[in-house]
Write a protein that binds this ligand. Sequence first.
Ligand SMILES: NC(=O)c1ccc[n+]([C@@H]2O[C@H](COP(=O)([O-])OP(=O)(O)OC[C@H]3O[C@@H](n4cnc5c(N)ncnc54)[C@H](O)[C@@H]3O)[C@@H](O)[C@H]2O)c1
Ligand SMILES: *[C@@H]1O[C@H](CO)[C@@H](O)[C@H](O)[C@H]1NC(C)=O
Ligand SMILES: *[C@@H]1O[C@H](CO)[C@@H](O)[C@H](O)[C@H]1NC(C)=O
Length: 294
Amino acid sequence: MRDLLALIVISTWEVIRATFQFFMPKLKKPVTGEVVLITGAAQGIGRELALKYALEGATVVCVDIDQKANLETVRMIGELGKIKGYAYMCDVSDYQNVMDTCKQIEEEVGNVTILVNNAAVLFANRFWEWSKSEIESTINVNLLGNLWMVKAILPSMMKNNYGHIVAMSSMACFVSSPNITPYGATKCAIKGFMDGLRNELAMVNNRKIKVTTVYPYVIETQMAKLCKMKYPSLMPSIKPKRAAEVIVSAQRRDVENLTIPTHYFLIPIVLQFLPIRVSQLWMNYVQVSFQRNN
Ligand SMILES: NC(=O)c1ccc[n+]([C@@H]2O[C@H](COP(=O)([O-])OP(=O)(O)OC[C@H]3O[C@@H](n4cnc5c(N)ncnc54)[C@H](O)[C@@H]3O)[C@@H](O)[C@H]2O)c1
Ligand SMILES: *[C@@H]1O[C@H](CO)[C@@H](O)[C@H](O)[C@H]1NC(C)=O
Ligand SMILES: *[C@@H]1O[C@H](CO)[C@@H](O)[C@H](O)[C@H]1NC(C)=O
């Protein structure tokens, strides 16, 4: 009975604190001295994140399967003249490749203190026309790739009781768009994984390892080329540079869930209360759709 009372008091206090923090966000922690590992850093949001972190003075480790473009990202980091970047070629969907690469990174650069799981692939087609290999590579890169990276990096974070794990989910987790259903499924899985990981770390009383999940709407990258909008001015897409700035800022303030644009956090809340038919009608109206790639 006493326990329950204490629980109610603490819960009330935490609700007040969370409400306060919503309006008065935490100060940004500095990233100088941090080792940031970004997967999918060869282009798009990953590259912009690498540049932003380098600009803020972090050591940046760029991981990608596309070594040529990844080296270009590192060259761009060098041009900023602040800090040296590192490029590692790795297929995040390959367990052994991830383990070996992370070991090499630990030896050559140091312990990773911020992991940004950003690499992903996107195919678009009617679900019944998705090939077996497209489905497998979507699950392997977008979901297993995240899990292997965390499995490789988390042990050293646990030992040092310090770190931050960031993952890219998507608004597609809340609004399941036609033609990209396996992709949407992996993005929901990322939400489930990150929410569970956050709770698990809290349960072993490890509150120094932070967990941030990012839910972007359309960002103008190579990946978004498949996306077509009927009214681009109604729900405009976002520049990758801007997205990276928002993500780094949220990570530095220990934000747990971030939608891009920020005010889109209302979308999943509102959708929860609407009949599915209403959201389908709205979806049909705004028509943010994905063109089939074959
Ligand atoms: N662009 C958008 O509109 C949008 C919206 C919501 C979420 N996201 C998410 O943001 C993240 C970044 O997206 P983006 O638009 O910059 O994509 P992008 O396609 O421009 O870049 C993805 C990068 O990941 C790399 N990659 C792919 N498979 C890999 C593998 N097996 N191993 C290592 N690297 C691999 C690619 O080489 C590429 O450099 C993704 O997780 C994506 O799902 C993007
Ligand atoms: C990395 O972390 C491990 C575990 O705490 C520690 O033993 C090691 O010295 C660290 N390496 C560096 C380069 O700080
Ligand atoms: C983040 O989202 C999860 C559910 O997805 C929720 O449990 C958690 O409370 C959210 N955190 C904040 C600060 O809103």
